[in-house]
Design a protein around this ligand. Structure first.
Ligand SMILES: [Cu+2]
Length: 350
């Protein structure tokens, strides 16, 4: 019997560009933050000191979900232990399970332009008093390693029939619910082979979405880093290894060719997890096929020049191809996803 956690302690990955060489990703301790200053290039904050950049980056990382684009002046503020910003906006959706609200918020002067994004809500019971379409005011708190909304008050109740309607393909589309069946899809894996829904029939599948060039360590690299840890735990347990598969889908098919996916996948595969791509598939496909899946799982993706702003959704699918549970954002732990996969595998005869 194994004792303790099957996972090594959480480590941060380096900021090596996703397209660089084939060596395994280097890991850097949190302390060597200086490397993080490279990220400043992403946000055009080149006139700031490294230290201020780091404070800024910490803030960005805290705003758990969409790759948001705070204004430049945000970085010129000193990093306080806890920062509070008044926020107004319209609730687009709420997630009572995750304790989050997606809010189309107005500009937060000096901090962030107007955008739609998900926020944790404290206390989460406050979500019971708002519904989609409500105009709210709240306080955005950014503190330590977290950010959340508190003091939510409805300033204008939604009018009957005027709740925001999910539009196909928009970032407002509600994510798949537990029990929803994954639609048929047609992708191509890292070896150029077709990958469809039928490929995974009878298997429990952990899915996530990413693009290989994603430079934010807390976004795509973290998702695939987590999947690498799940892969390791699955492979270590023969009963799971028979039934559980992992699928990382790139929403950048133009760049993420099979060759690129293979090189990227190898960097996230631990040699201790056996042969690469045995249980973990990296795939992409036509824009239309990928869109079908990101729509279904509720992953919003917006092309921004050569890059993407995007959300993060990682899901567990059962042997019948139905959603068991989705994990939003980047704060979930591999152990939680593994626990769901293990339960689903227990119900699967495949
Ligand atoms: Cu990303």
């Amino acid at each position: 019997m194994r004792t303790g956690s099957p996972f090594p302690p959480l480590r941060r990955r380096s900021l090596r560009p996703a397209t660089a060489g084939g060596a395994p990703p280097r890991l850097l301790p949190l302390a060597s933050l200086a490397n993080l200053a490279n990220l400043a290039n992403l946000t055009n904050l080149t006139n700031l000191t490294n230290l201020t950049n780091l404070a800024f980056l910490a803030l960005v990382a805290l705003l758990v979900l969409p790759a948001c684009r705070p204004r430049e002046e945000a970085a010129s503020r000193p990093a306080a232990a806890e920062q509070r910003y008044p926020l107004t906006g319209v609730v687009m959706s709420r997630d009572l399970v995750e304790g989050e609200a997606r809010v189309a918020h107005d500009a937060i002067p000096g901090f962030m332009e107007a955008m739609t994004m998900s926020f944790a809500v404290r206390p989460r019971e406050a979500l019971n008093d708002v519904e989609p379409g409500d105009r709210i005011r709240a306080t955005l708190v950014v503190a330590g390693a977290r950010s959340w909304l508190e003091g939510i008050a409805v300033t204008e109740k939604v009018k009957p029939g005027e709740a925001p309607k999910p539009e196909p393909g928009s970032r407002l589309k509600p994510p798949a619910q537990p029990g929803d069946e994954v639609p048929p899809f047609s992708l191509v894996d890292q070896s150029g082979r077709p990958v469809t829904r039928e490929t995974f029939r009878g298997k429990v599948v952990v899915t996530t979405f990413f693009f290989t060039r994603c430079p934010l360590p807390d976004y795509c690299p973290r998702m695939n880093g987590n999947l690498g840890r799940i892969e390791k735990a699955v492979v270590a347990d023969p009963s799971l290894a028979r039934k559980v598969r992992l699928l990382s889908v790139s929403f950048d098919p133009g760049r993420d060719t099979p060759e690129v996916l293979k090189e990227y996948g190898l960097r996230y595969h631990d040699a201790a997890s056996g042969p690469p791509f045995a249980i973990w598939t990296f795939a992409s496909g036509s824009a239309e096929e990928v869109r079908k899946l990101t729509d279904f799982f509720g992953v919003w993706v917006e092309k921004k020049g050569e890059s993407f702003d995007h959300g993060l959704v990682t899901s567990v699918i059962d042997g019948e191809g139905r959603v068991v549970r989705s994990f939003f954002g980047n704060s979930w732990q591999p152990e939680e996803v593994l626990a769901e996969a293990r339960k689903a595998a227990g119900r699967t005869t495949g």
